[in-house]
Design a protein around this ligand. Structure first.
Ligand code: KG4
Ligand code: ZN
Length: 364
């Protein structure tokens, strides 16, 4: 029997420092042997968002130890791995530099191939690691920095069908929380407050609903929340709950319309695939109301709804390692040690940049 391929993955594009060892067995099955993540949440929460300088410094301080720990937990030394994969973009340039330079130095010292991975590709291919999904499938990435609907056709072969033209969905949750006086990160706080709220008290806008294109827009929704909150000052706890519940309802309806159209487009394109898959990833995928919406939408359209475990939906190094392994296994060339990190790096080079999309350029 042949040995599995082994790879070390490194992720430093935003506020999580992470390292992982992942295997790819000869039958194509993936196995996460170690996966360590250090969240910087505490360091940024006082500022209500990620501070690039603090993030870069925290990556420098933590990364070496995390890599050692990932190797030790896997009972391997650097000499035992077949390659090193590191996130090269998109994300915060300071953090990307830390991870990629470390990976380059290790690749040089141990004479291993280096794979410079697109962070979005890591998210896009995770479902093949966790669920062994075959191509093609549809992926919805909903995080603090991205809201994208992507057709995943193969390794390195992506078509972006829709993206936000202003705020990312996670950003809309965070901003809504902030203007209601709820803590950062806003998503979980809004979801919690919404539990005791009346989702029908306010009718918030559902931008782009009914339009044929598959893009998203959330800034109008946020503005409507602000106007409502201003009109109700001083806000009572019940007002906050009702606004949160109504906000989630508007988001739910918007996703149902937008993603529903995406599923239809997939069917038209691949009529022979009887039960295709929709994969969801990103921190917003933790939201139970939105999860239920997507689950029901898939059931109604005879799609399989695939949600990898939350730990792998949010930022981690196992997905970066796996993206490197997919390229290694396909015999795709490794990257040059001169490869530079890129704060912007669309998965689909054909897709036109949308005004405002990923404007923070920080989170994916
Ligand atoms: O993927 P992620 O952990 O980090 C990056 O953006 O890279 O996503 C974080 C985002 C934040 O905007 C956070 O508010 C949102 O995901 N989020 C949620 C929930 N949990 C986290 N949004 C809605 N509902 C949640 N339960
Ligand atoms: Zn991400």
């Amino acid at each position: 029997m042949t040995d599995p391929l082994r790879i070390l993955g490194i992720e430093t594009s935003c506020d999580e420092t992470a390292a992982a060892i992942v295997l790819r067995h000869p039958d194509g099955r993936g196995e996460i042997v170690s996966d360590v993540v250090l969240s910087q949440l505490d360091e940024h929460s006082a500022y209500g968002g990620v501070v690039p300088e603090i993030a870069a410094r925290a990556h420098v301080e933590a990364l070496d130890t995390l890599i050692e720990e990932a190797l030790a937990r896997a009972n391997l030394s650097l000499a035992d791995v077949d390659a090193i994969a590191a996130t090269a973009g998109p994300g915060l340039i300071g953090g990307l530099l830390v991870g990629l330079m470390t990976a380059k130095a290790m690749a040089r010292a141990a004479d291993k191939p280096l794979y410079a991975v697109n962070h979005l590709e890591g998210h896009a291919l995770t479902a093949r690691l966790t669920d062994g999904l075959s191509f093609p499938y549809l992926m919805l990435l909903v995080s603090g920095g991205h809201t994208q609907l992507i057709l995943v056709r193969g390794v390195g072969d992506y078509q972006r069908w829709g993206t936000t033209i202003d705020d990312a969905l996670g950003e809309a949750f965070d901003k809504t929380a902030k203007l209601l006086g709820l803590p950062y990160p806003g998503g979980p706080a809004v979801e919690r407050a919404a539990l005791s709220g009346d989702a029908d008290r306010f009718s918030f806008p559902r931008p782009l609903v009914g339009e044929a294109r598959l893009d998203f827009s959330f800034s109008g929704l946020k503005t409507a929340v602000r106007q409502t909150a201003t009109g109700l000052q001083p806000l009572k706890t019940q007002d906050v709950s009702d606004i949160c519940a109504s906000f989630q309802k508007a988001v739910s309806r918007t996703l149902k319309d937008r993603i529903g159209r995406g599923l239809q487009r997939f069917r038209d394109l691949y009529p022979a695939i009887e039960k295709p898959s929709l994969v969801v990833a990103g921190g917003v995928a933790a939201n139970k109301v939105l999860r239920q919406t997507l689950h029901d939408l898939c059931a109604a359209n005879n799609f399989t709804f695939v949600a990898p475990p939350m730990r792998l939906c949010t930022d981690n190094a196992a997905m970066i390692a796996w993206a490197g392994l997919e390229r290694l296994a396909e015999g795709l060339p490794a990257d040059d040690l001169a490869t530079a990190p890129r704060s912007r790096w669309p998965l689909d080079p054909e897709a036109a940049a949308k005004i405002g999309s990923g404007k923070r350029g920080v989170k994916a």
